[in-house]
Design a protein around this ligand. Sequence first.
Ligand code: SAH
Length: 352
Amino acid sequence: MASLFDVTRDDLATLLDGEPVFRLTQLWDGLYANLQEPDDILTLPKALRERLATALPSALDLTTTSVSDSGDTVKFLWSLRDGGHPIETVLMHYRDRATVCVSTQAGCAMACGFCATGQAGFTRQLSVGEIVEQVVRAAHASKAKGQRLANVVFMGMGEPLANEPAVWGAVERIHGDLGLSARHLTISTVGIIPGIRTLAERPLPVNLAVSLHAARNDLRDELVPINKRYPIDDLVAACNDYLTAKNRRISFEWAMIDGVNDQPRDARELAALVHRLKPSAHVNLIPLNPTPGWPTTGTPKARITEFAKRLEDLHVNVTVRRNRGTDIDAACGQLAAGQPVRIQSRRSTATI
Ligand code: SAH
């Protein structure tokens, strides 16, 4: 059965067949403008609200809400009505706006060793409605704090381009129905080339972030195993085609792993790769967040600054991401929704 946010306005019109036409506007505005649950849309008669609740249940049941010590990061743990492993969504408050980080799969099959979601493995794809509902519920929570939800990043659990049709369906709904501009939507990928090519043919110019982490194949094969299928040169070509199609800048994510990808050689290789993109890419350095299944530690702060400086000297546009919500396991790579992780063996990590 479809869930509340799987259906389009036309589907709702069909469901409301026989009701006065203004009911559709009331329902639509309640859901998408006022971010209300159907039962709270008091302009609708009670009998209709009850019918809607049965016909179109929500997809997500809130299990817990965690708030970081600073109060500006909130993590929601949801169970899925249709089963599958629970998922998480992270809402980040900034001074004048909020950003939500949504999951696109329950788990992830990409198996990046340093990522808690990857350590836990894949359960199933999320539907359009399950993705859109994360955004609506976060927008509602944000509104309750007096803040507008301005950005959506597809950087939660899962690999968005391994579930591209549902992700694109969600992008269209978030853009068309919730009214966020494509420039405020960012899809992050591990580098699934067919997905990047499909995205290049889609009509809206969403931002693309690529989780690079290494600029030479032997190291990237270790850190991001899908690199064996989609190696760096092919990835660069796909990124350049995306840039040509969309006229947007791409950003590269680079988690700083102590002694692994933070050496002068790594900076040189990264800079060379960045300049192969036209226009050149932006680099986001991410201090490595601890995850239970990965023994390697993050690069110390001073050396991250040094690495950033080295990149700047090589004319790379670089920022260091401030990690938020590490205390509630809500930062990059920490989302696992309580899944047990497979501990990496020391031997396999010793090779990197
Ligand atoms: N699968 C997609 C979406 C996840 S985005 C992708 O890989 O891009 C999550 C980002 O956090 C990715 O850039 C990922 O590589 C990064 N990440 C994963 N584990 C991390 C960790 N332990 N510390 C910092 N960043 C991490």
